[in-house]
Design a protein around this ligand. Structure first.
Ligand code: ZN
Length: 137
């Protein structure tokens, strides 16, 4: 199983956002189109229901960030991919974001560090579609 370090739970912050939301102070149901698309294609269903609309439309996304990830920092990863990455990288942080596909509620749930603790240089930059000139034309 994944060994999580430096775990940060954002439940309290989420409660504060929720209570402000119900008092009409903030609008947290504002997931942008990219986040909603990511939720549609990469979201992992969770059992709990949405804290706002109470529907079972809540999914979680796991974003990975870290210097050692190089150009791949910021990508969404599945649980299986995280298990693999844990062996390939020394350290990177995972941010778990919950998104409601019904009402667009979104919030950071937790973040934690993964990796085997061994420092590695970031992977050499690989050519991607964005690097190819014909895409820009
Ligand atoms: Zn909802």
């Amino acid at each position: 199983m994944i060994s999580q370090r430096a775990y940060i739970d954002y439940t309290l912050d989420k409660r504060a956002t929720l209570s402000a939301l119900f008092r009409g102070i903030v609008n947290a149901c504002d997931a942008d189109p990219y986040l909603l698309l990511a939720a549609k294609f990469h979201g992992v269903r969770v059992e709990r229901s949405c804290p706002v609309c109470k529907k079972k439309s809540l999914v979680e996304l796991r974003y990975t960030y870290g210097d050692q990830l190089g150009q791949f920092s910021g990508r969404i990863k599945s649980l299986d991919e995280l298990v693999e990455m844990e062996k390939e990288f020394g350290e990177f942080r995972v941010y778990v974001v919950e998104v409601c596909r019904e009402c667009s509620w979104n919030h950071l749930c937790a973040s934690f560090l993964l990796g085997d603790g061994e420092f590695r240089k970031p992977p050499r930059k690989q050519r991607t579609l964005e690097d190819d000139d014909w895409v820009k034309r």
